[in-house]
Design a protein around this ligand. Sequence first.
Ligand code: MF3
Ligand code: CO
Length: 249
Amino acid sequence: MIILKTEEEIGAIRKAGRIVAACHREIAKRMKPGATTAEIDRFAEAFLLRNGAKPAQKGYRGYPYATCASVGDVVCHGFPSGKTLRSGDIVTIDMVAEVDGWMADSAWSYAVGKPSPEAEKLLKAAKQALYDGIRKAVAGGRLGDIGSAVQQTAKREGYAIIDYFVGHGIGRSMHEEPQVEHRGKAGSGKKLRKGMVLTIEPILTMGENRIVIDDDGWTARSADGKWAAQFEHTIAITDGEPLILTDQD
Ligand code: MF3
Ligand code: CO
């Protein structure tokens, strides 16, 4: 069942979204050679709490941290670690904030120090794929419009999409219906309606889209060791333009 949200409820999700966005902006300043993702995780958790939000990922299905920190070939759900980041690394930080029971989810990929031209191109394409998907999130359209737009951008830029992981509805629960696939056919799939709140979160990789999961049960890596990047927003469908509830700007 897809739970449509009222404007008031979307406002409540936006409150959580603003805190996530502010936290990402602070993380951007801290993503430097010599930093560790464990430090960044501790910072993020304290930042959310200080701003009246709960780090909703912590304890979710046993996930032990406030953030997922996915470096290099880790495509998502990496554990924050004490390993020092080096110039040229790329790191995705994903987090969910909960305010008054409403959740917002956003992931951002960061370059540490000076990225290679290849890494820079991957990051740019991953962000572009997200925004091209968001543009199709309008009432009267279909889920396949979003998936198709994301897929076309990734393909045009020469990247595969890790289709094992999908976007989702979000609200009082972190994961609600529908699943938002990052591939599809325009004009197909469920109808998009005003009041839907969804995440769009494509993971693009330089290699193939097969993954393996580490023994920790969470860390998902590309099977071929190639790097991946991901940008994710929580968005709301309205009468007009989609609202980006975890906007960075
Ligand atoms: N934020 C993630 C998503 O995009 C969920 C991460 S799994 C968790 O759906 F266990 F860490 F919460
Ligand atoms: Co997320």
